[in-house]
Design a protein around this ligand. Sequence first.
Ligand SMILES: *Cc1c(COP(=O)(O)O)cnc(C)c1O
Length: 730
Amino acid sequence: MPNGGVAYFSAEFGLDESLPIYSGGLGVLAGDHIKAAADMNIPITGVGIFYSKGYFQQSINEGGSQQHLYPYIDPEASTYPVQLVRDAEERPLIIEVRVGSRQVYAKAWSVQVGSVTLYLLNTDVESNSDKDRRLTDTLYPSEQDVRISQEMILGIGGARLLAALGIQPEVWHMNEGHSAFLALERIRMLSAEGVPFETALETVKASTVFTTHTPVPAGHDVFSIDMMDRYFCDYYWQLGTDREQVLSLGSLNGTFNMTRLAVSTSSKVNGVSKLHGEVTRDLFHGWMPHIPRQDIPIYSVTNGVHIGTWLADGMKMLFDRYLPSDWAVRSEELDVWAAVRDIPATQLWEEHQRAKSEMVRELGLPLDLSGDGPLIVGFARRFATYKRALLIFRDLERLAHILNDPQRPVCLVFAGKAHPADGPGKELIRRIVEISREERFKGRVYIVDNYAMDKAKKLVQGVDVWLNTPVKPMEASGTSGQKAAMNGVLNCSVLDGWWVEGYNGRNGWAIEGATDTDPDQQDQQDSETLYRLFEEEIVPLFYKRGEHAVPTEWINMMKESISSLAPVFNTRRMVSDYWHKVYVPAIARGRRFVADNFEVASRVAAYKQFIRDHWSAVSVRKVEILADHSSRIGLNKIAFRAEIGLGAIWHKDVRVEAVGADGRRGIWKAKLDPVQQLAKGLYVYEGVSPDVSINIWKANANVRVTPISSDFANDFEMELAAWGAVPCTS
Ligand SMILES: *Cc1c(COP(=O)(O)O)cnc(C)c1O
């Protein structure tokens, strides 16, 4: 892709275990995203960082404490073709970024993923100081100074790299906020061409999209203003504006927040599952409390996984045989998967057993699979505390009882890394090791070290049940359960993230996920459900043999799981959603904004400036409910009349509406139209509410004014709203 297309920025990419520049789900998703884009011929270029030592290699010692090894990664030894990027004179291409007071140099490696190129920056360059050569050594350093430096290399350096290569993307996708400095750099480049700051900002915003992945504020990167000043003092002025204006793009509670920066500089923001979209709305509502959470413009594109990467070879051969021959390139079509039901139960079971033996052998688990069991339950993901790896250990006696039934043995296999600075995460590992050593859990509880894509593949292909027990709603999406599902491994999961959309009552098991605010109560309720599911449903079903001595009902559930989940939670469906719902609109928007010497961008910039300058005059003066009118139109509809002061703002540049609460989370809106002008800048608006079922006289309805424009990407682009209350009526 020399020109056009999508630039996809991510701090981590999980393509293959031989290239350990990812820590978990975010990176694996990014890797799967570009693989699918390559499969589908979607023009995309990846930009990330080549970490010289990558994410650490984990070993777990006798006492259960996690050891961190940082072997140097040889770029040329990867199974992926990794090449040094060279300039026209065949010299290594060098990108320069001023990081605080230092000039830092970075070279780039390119990785070819089919038709897609991924560029990875690295500062291990001779002209750098020793310290700067180590800047891009490891992923997610705890030291804030290294973190901000890496993010400058990624965002600013990444944008410069594409420019140096002559690549001019039409849409820029920030996968999580780490890369959001790219927006500042793009503004700087436009400013250097003489484009005014506000116009440059609108131009950049039009062609930038942002995917947020973290439902908790603590998961977002935050830098102090002081730190920003130290790193950006030489940079602010290059954007053609002042320091305050640049800082305002990311400022939140007295700090500079990368998620806030990403939101301020993109025209579309999405979460990674429907529920996560909702949760993100709640989170962002905290930043703009004057906009109801339901109105916060967050979309969602639910994650998927790359089938070619995660599906066991044996299963693939089975699908080749029983599904339509082109199933792999039509995997997002529901009916393609209906044929899974035609696979003979014995064959599906045989393939599953083969994957199970391979997993047991590869991971070195001393398990005898010659009988019907054991039923193997897998739990593998980052050891972050919200994922509650210990939930199943809450009642050890009850668990021991479940695992040790001599006729129906059950084994648990755990794997995962804790971030080196995450003390509580590392404690989870220690505790699991301790439990596995107890006499009653010997041979029943295992923990496998150094979880990475290779072991993830074996586990999601070879266990019988995939367990996921996060604290709802902390799991933005989760993807490992999707990998398991397409392999016929049954999910038993809290109804969080993707599973809310995936679970249909027949394709696995669901734990409702207590919403009690007391964490201990939550754990108690969720573990109760979990034990009951194992005791009453999962274990009995697994050991219930049918025809040909295979567990027929279990196999039917595997088929249901594959045929209902694989078509939806794969990256072909996901990338196709991004293409149609996110990229194509952003490309069109970006083109429109730059055309004719930035005509639309400068118009929008000027319009916003005018609105901002005059917004303080906007007021909702007087709101009345027209009682006689309401009796005429029926009890459940209300007619509103409001006097709105608009000052210098034209009445067609605002939307006036009555907004009321409807039940627990919903809101209703009634559009009010101007019916009369009372004086200069003072109008009467009237309108009728929709049929609302609640007792409106007790409901709290308010009238809201918001600035609108057909050039805006959404209804709340300016994050402005003026409110006035309906006086209480008895
Ligand atoms: C898929 C994957 C993850 C993500 O797992 P979740 O269940 O979504 O947390 C993490 N690490 C590796 C190595 C993976 O392959």
